[in-house]
Each structure stands twice: as C-alpha cells, then as structure tokens.
Write a protein that binds this ligand. Structure first.
Ligand SMILES: [Zn+2]
Length: 199
C-alpha cells in the first residue's frame, strides 16, 4: 500500500521524498486500515451474544451516536450522528453494543443509505424485534469541501422496519423524540438530495 501512496503523491504533483512526506505513506496506510477495519470485523464477535430476554415492550432508543465513514465514490469522509430505536419482542441487545455495531458498518466504504439499512437489518436479524428504526444525519466532505450544493447541508437517511414502517403513530413517536430532545436536530433543514456528486 505504501508504494501506491508514494505513487499517488507523485501523480498529484508532490515530491514524496521531501521531509514532510517521508512518513506519509506509512501513516496513510495505517489510517486507511483503521478506517476500513469494519471489513474484517465479525458482527457476532462484536456483539458477543449480549442479547437478553426481557419482559419489556416499550421503545428502546440510543441517540446521538457519533460515526465517521468514507464515501465510496470519493474516499472522502462523511460523518455525523446516528439514532437507533427498536421495540423488543422477547429480546434486547446490550445498549453499549449498538454504537459498536454502527462502527463496524461505518468503517467500510459506504453510501449513507446502505449504512443506515445495514444497521437496521442487523438488529432485526439478531433479536427479531417488533420494529427497528435508524436515522442518520451526516455532513459529506465530498459535497462541502468541493463547494457543491449547500456547504452546510446535512444528508438525512432513515430505515424503518416492522412496526415503524407499518404504524405511523409509532414512527411519529420516534421522530418526535428525536426532534424534541436533540439540539442538533432542532434546526435541521428538510432532507437534502443525498447522493454525493458522482463525477
Ligand atoms: Zn462522495
């Protein structure tokens, strides 16, 4: 990987032998391996069977999970907050495992829509809840750094499964909880066109 990064530096007009760049290929390799570490992660190891049988059928919400990912079209970061809710059927998942689940899928090359769906689908597979909802709001550097579209816009994606899809009241209850208790969501603009710029 380091040879490729040295080559890349030459291609953009840099001199990879100058002092400041000497260790850059090594650093970039290390950073990229970390940012792509989700490919090697085993979901079952990460979740470590932290499923518990409970007699609880109210909404469980984990809000404001910070995440950092890389857009697969530009290899530039997109990052923001992830909010997860589900209504248990018979099992709950350890609360601390949900941010780790988000990390597993965020540390891959992604588009925000797929990342959102993968988190929701995995929770559905693992504990078969009555419903799962995932909302992600993110800034995409491929949009803001390159000055395309609105520089301060957020992209918002959601995945609604089970009762969150079927029952408008449940869905609204969740969205209302996000709106009223999350400062960052308070001034949220309407959904912006999502796909990062493809050219
Ligand atoms: Zn992009």
């Amino acid at each position: 990987m380091q040879d490729l990064i040295r080559q890349l530096l030459v291609e953009i007009g840099e001199d990879p032998t100058r002092e400041g760049l000497l260790n850059t290929p090594k650093r970039v390799e290390k950073a990229l391996k970390f940012l792509a570490s989700g490919y090697d992660a085993d979901i079952d190891v990460v979740l470590n069977n932290a499923y518990f049988t409970v007699d609880y059928s109210e909404m469980v919400i984990v809000k404001d999970i910070d995440f950092y990912s890389l857009c697969e079209h530009h290899l530039l970061p997109f990052f923001g907050k992830c909010h997860v809710a589900y209504i248990p059927s018979t099992k709950v998942i350890g609360l601390s495992k949900i941010p780790r689940l988000v990390d597993v899928f965020a540390r891959r090359l992604q588009v925000q829509e797929r990342l959102t769906n993968q988190i929701a689908d995995t929770i559905r597979e693992k504990i078969a809840p009555l419903g799962v909802a995932v909302v992600m709001e993110a800034t995409h550097l491929c949009m803001s750094m390159r000055g395309v579209e609105k520089q301060n816009s957020y992209a918002v994606t959601s995945a609604m499964l089970g009762i969150f899809r079927e029952n408008a009241r449940t869905r609204m209850e969740f969205l209302e909880l996000l709106r009223t208790r999350t400062a960052s969501m308070a001034g949220l603009p309407a959904n912006v066109p999502l796909a990062c710029i493809n050219e």
